[in-house]
Design a protein around this ligand. Structure first.
Ligand SMILES: Nc1ncnc2c1ncn2[C@@H]1O[C@H](COP(=O)(O)OP(=O)(O)OP(=O)(O)O)[C@@H](O)[C@H]1O
Length: 295
């Protein structure tokens, strides 16, 4: 399948400050990418490069097979970036109508307002909206005209719980209809729920790129907790075990491969009671990876 986005050795600096160095990526149509990284890692910068707002100093970058920012690409991309500034004096309905026309689309703005529960805000000026209202309207602006590709940069910041639920419901619909979406969020359970692939930006490049399952397999620690009279020495050499600790009868055992350790644990299971197995969340793995500590 022809990639929708392709980057080869892309670098970008703001003046002397290098932000991206050696970005390589290939994104196929229909993929949902969770773009994660610490504050200042370069996520917004990368989205701006893909939109053609900024330009890579080195490397090759194509979106829909063309240089970013082409008119054709702009019609097919919806975006919701941090720092999107509302235009003075324009109402919600006018902005939706303008964006719809710019995308050369026949979507009915009124219908979208109704679907997203925004009819009551239609006549309000963008500058008179609350932060959360503006975020919801910005999402409407991103998806109006049914664009094939969406860049959503921390989209749920400022949204209340109901608005967040409606947002994620819509994302699931967009995913089902085959849209390609790059989404950033610091709230990783959100990403975990929808992303097909995780891309972790660190030190200017992707420190990890792959499916959530691959990320978990590579970095996730699994913890076994049980009650046992056996000494820690009985567990130290079990396959894939990285740490064993005991307090009273409670044993905690960390493993870098839960399946392998569980298989090795079977002969001891009659001596281990109330066994529980817990796996690290994406948030825990993220903390390990961004701090450079091997998980
Ligand atoms: N217009 C700019 N001029 C100079 N430096 C900038 C500019 N925009 C961003 N930077 C710097 O580039 C780096 C990457 O910023 P960017 O906004 O891309 O990070 P981010 O991963 O999106 O961060 P966050 O999670 O905080 O939104 C940061 O060090 C930031 O200070």
């Amino acid at each position: 399948m022809t990639p929708l986005i392709e980057a080869t050795d892309v670098t970008f600096s703001y003046g002397q400050q290098s932000v991206l160095s050696g970005i390589n990526m290939t994104i196929a149509p229909g993929e949902i990418i969770g773009l994660i990284g610490e504050n200042g890692a370069g996520k917004t910068t990368l989205l701006n490069l893909l939109l053609g707002v900024n330009h890579a100093q080195q490397g090759q970058l194509t979106v829909f097979g063309q240089a970013p920012g082409s008119l054709e690409a702009r019609c097919k991309i919806g975006s919701m970036l941090q720092g999107d500034m509302p235009i003075q004096g324009v109402t919600v309905r006018e902005m939706l109508t303008l964006t719809n026309a710019e995308r050369q689309s026949t979507t009915d703005p009124q219908q979208l307002l109704i679907e997203l529960g925004l009819e009551d805000l239609a006549k309000r000026r963008l500058t008179a909206l609350s932060g959360g209202q503006l975020r919801r309207v910005t999402f409407a602006l991103a998806i109006i005209g049914n664009p094939e590709l969406l860049f959503l940069d921390e989209p749920t910041v400022g949204m209340d719980t109901t608005a967040q639920q409606a947002f994620w419901q819509r994302i699931r619909q967009l995913k089902a209809s085959g849209k390609t979406i790059i989404i950033t969020s610091h709230y990783l359970p959100e990403i975990e729920a929808v992303a097909d692939r995780i891309m972790l930006l660190k030190d200017g490049h992707f420190a990890f790129e792959g499916t959530l399952a691959a990320l978990q397999k590579q970095y996730q620690q699994v913890e076994f907790i049980c009650q046992t009279a056996l000494p820690t020495a009985a567990f130290m050499d079990l396959a894939a075990v990285t740490a064993v600790a005991k307090q009273g009868d409670q044993l905690r055992l960390s493993s870098e491969d839960g399946d392998v350790t569980l298989a090795a644990l079977v002969p001891l299971l009659s001596e281990c009671h109330q066994l529980t197995i817990s796996r690290e969340s994406l948030t825990d793995i993220f903390v390990h990876l961004t701090k450079g500590v091997p998980a």
